[in-house]
Design a binder for this molecule. Structure first.
Ligand code: COA
Length: 314
């Protein structure tokens, strides 16, 4: 499709494969619903027990209704609050942060957070600087009140709208509604100034992860797992190095899925779950369009091997 090579992509990004949602009329909600069905079955949760569903996505099926509304309908979750969160690649961190507030104030007991994006819908497959990077995917987590001292301990979210110039989709919103001209000019695709985004991503992810470590009296050597947003293997490595975390304690799935925007962190947790032990200290960190960035500190609450096999959790 474009003038590129496997060697360039592997060396500059670490990506070897990506997943693309195929099929007429399928949108982000179809992947989100699949993830939620798996989550409900694995955790033996009935749809009627869910109190709230939040979907982080930048590629909603429609401008409205929200993808969260559609996912609820598809999985049989009725009469609850559900809404989308749009914070680009930091969307999952933002959504987890919001969910945590509703759990800690006692308002809700079971919240599903979905991270889902069909990036192939907004990628220009004639632009070699972006089309080799992004993929489609979805993941979901269930957030409940802690049964032990383990759980989500701290969360930080930040944004800087001045970053919009470096990473955005120009047309399709209220500022530039779709027209034959916007389509002809290919303005409905991701516009990314890779080098600028790269620089901010490393600086901001390491900075916010460092801040969350410091305010929880931690340092990199005390962390069992860093779960970074998967945008580029070199960004992941640079962030880990700045935090003093060796790569054997960093979750990396970019080689399999590419950058799936809001889905990268739940997909990492899915892939590595069998290796997680109760009490493992974990930092989630992300950076994305906006600019947005954020970090979560948690200690893992379950026996990962049992949970990954779908057995009842501890
Ligand atoms: N194949 C071959 N060459 C390519 C290419 C591709 N797929 N994509 C870009 N290039 C070329 C460019 O055209 C440029 O050529 P030029 O010097 O002749 O103009 C050269 O490679 C260097 O481009 P540059 O953008 O500086 O490359 P880079 O090393 O910064 O890597 C990215 C590009 C996009 C992989 C990298 O900048 C990146 O990962 N940025 C951050 C992306 C990100 O995190 N985005 C999401 C935020 S959540």
């Amino acid at each position: 499709m474009v003038d590129t090579s496997d060697a360039w992509i592997t060396e500059r990004t670490g990506i070897k494969e990506r997943r693309i949602l195929k099929g007429e009329g399928l949108g982000t909600s179809h992947m989100g619903a699949e993830a939620v069905r798996g989550l409900l079955s694995k955790t033996a949760t009935k749809p009627e027990d869910i109190d709230l569903l939040i979907c982080a996505t930048t590629t909603p099926d429609y401008v409205f209704p929200s993808t969260a509304n559609l996912v609820c309908d598809m999985v049989g979750v009725r009469n609850i609050g559900s809404f989308d969160v749009q914070a680009a690649c930091s969307g999952f961190i933002y959504a987890v942060t919001i969910a945590t507030q509703f759990i800690s104030n006692g308002h809700y007991r079971k919240i599903v957070v979905v991270g889902a994006d069909k990036m192939s819908a907004i990628i220009d497959y004639t632009d070699r600087a972006t089309c080799v990077i992004f993929g489609d995917g979805a993941g979901a987590v269930l957030i409940e009140p802690a049964k032990s001292t383990n759980g989500i301990i701290d969360a930080l979210i930040r944004s800087d709208g001045a970053g919009a110039v470096h990473l955005h989709q120009k047309a399709g919103g209220s500022r530039m509604p779709p027209s034959p001209e916007t389509v002809a000019k290919r303005l409905h695709y991701v516009h990314q100034e890779g080098a600028a985004v790269y620089k901010f991503a490393i600086a901001r992810m390491a900075e916010i992860a460092g801040e969350i470590l410091t305010r929880n009296q931690l340092n990199g050597s005390m962390i069992d797992w860093l779960v970074p947003h998967q945008a580029n293997k070199r960004i992941i490595e640079a962030t880990a190095e700045r935090m003093g975390i060796s790569m054997d304690r960093v979750m990396v799935t970019i080689q399999k899925y590419g950058n799936t925007t809001a889905a990268t962190i739940p997909l990492c947790l899915w892939d590595y779950e069998a290796r997680l032990k109760p009490g493992d200290k974990i930092i989630l960190a992300a950076f994305g369009g906006g600019f947005t960035w954020g970090a979560v500190y948690l200690t893992w609450a379950y026996d990962g091997a049992k949970a990954a096999n779908g057995h009842a959790r501890l």
